[in-house]
Design a protein around this ligand. Structure first.
Ligand code: C2E
Ligand code: CA
Ligand code: CA
Ligand code: CA
Length: 279
């Protein structure tokens, strides 16, 4: 009995308590991260088949004192559960617009690359999401066609009426929408038609295991065929190797994002990268 008890304790206690403590500590630290200016956006280009940049995704990083650079997988779920994703998401949008306006001034005459920003479902469904986005654009004198919002399929399943009206209102201002992690959820093809979506981002899992003539090839083929019928752009994410890039090109998927071209980098480095590509 004693032994079993000890095992029971060993099973329940340490790991679980640690997980709860870690979560609470992240949540508490996140509360101050905005005031202390600990967030940062990094940028990853999307390129066409000539390796020319055609877009760029903003990705969030948290420079947490004593921990170094914390990746989104570690704090976005905590931010979502605690509601902190709302102020954090607002910061991301405002900072993305500030960045775009800087780039416009740095590269006069050049059409600014559209910047894609990730929006979590909770943020999208917040009551004043639409006015907030428009306010961010207005503050920096930007028109909506500089901005693309990346939504996941879960948004489409939630409240299609609200989703449609919000997306249409923003699209009316020129803002574009991408469906992120496409192929992993259950979005009905009908929604693709009813909503102002312009881009599908093929989830990295299909690209990572891509081989000639395997299931992933079949899935990518069918995504491309749907996209072609509906007039949507397709971006393959997580492209790391020459072999993956070649297979994707052969399938007709020509816009790529991934470590093969660039890891996500800071603004200064990104501008240098763009400069070297002659964009
Ligand atoms: P995501 O939107 O699917 O972003 C793509 C992720 O793949 C990024 O991870 C990027 O760094 C990574 N990646 C890019 N190329 C490659 C590659 O070739 N190989 C591999 N293995 N990975 C690659 P990251 O930056 O850690 O972000 C993870 C997720 O966190 C994002 O997935 C997105 O869902 C979320 N996220 C990031 N920034 C934000 C944000 O500002 N707001 C919200 N709500 N979520 C964000
Ligand atoms: Ca994304
Ligand atoms: Ca994705
Ligand atoms: Ca993701």
């Amino acid at each position: 009995v004693k032994e079993r008890g000890r095992n029971g304790l060993a099973f329940y206690q340490p790991g679980m308590l640690d997980a709860v403590r870690t979560r609470l500590s992240i949540e508490n630290a996140l509360r101050h991260a905005l005031e202390e200016d600990e967030f940062e956006l990094v940028f990853q280009p999307q390129v066409d088949s000539d390796s020319r940049p055609v877009g760029v995704e903003a990705l969030l990083r948290w420079n947490r004192p004593g921990y170094g650079r914390v990746m989104p997988a570690e704090f976005i779920p905590v931010a979502e559960d605690s509601g902190l994703i709302l102020p954090v998401g607002n910061w991301v949008l405002r900072t993305a617009c500030a960045t775009l306006s800087r780039w416009r001034h740095l590269m006069p005459g050049n059409p600014t690359l559209p910047l894609s920003v990730n929006v979590s479902p909770r943020q999208f469904f917040q009551a004043d999401f639409v006015p907030h986005v428009l306010d961010c654009l207005g503050t920096y004198g930007l028109s909506g066609n500089h901005l693309e919002l990346e939504l996941t399929e879960s948004v489409l399943l939630d409240d299609i009426v609200e989703t449609r009206s919000k997306m249409r209102e923003l699209a009316g201002h020129g803002i574009r929408f991408a469906l992120d992690d496409f192929g992993t959820g259950y979005s009905s093809l009908r929604y693709l038609q009813q909503l102002p979506i312009t881009t599908l981002k093929i989830d990295q899992s299909f690209v990572r295991e891509l081989r000639t003539n395997d299931d992933n090839t079949a899935i990518i083929r069918s995504i491309l065929s749907v996209a072609q019928h509906l007039g949507l752009k397709v971006v393959a994410e997580g492209v790391e190797t020459d072999a993956q890039a070649r297979l994707l090109d052969d399938l007709g998927c020509r816009i790529h994002q991934g470590y093969r071209y660039s890891v996500p980098i800071g603004e200064r480095e990104f501008l240098a990268w763009i400069g070297s590509r002659g964009a």
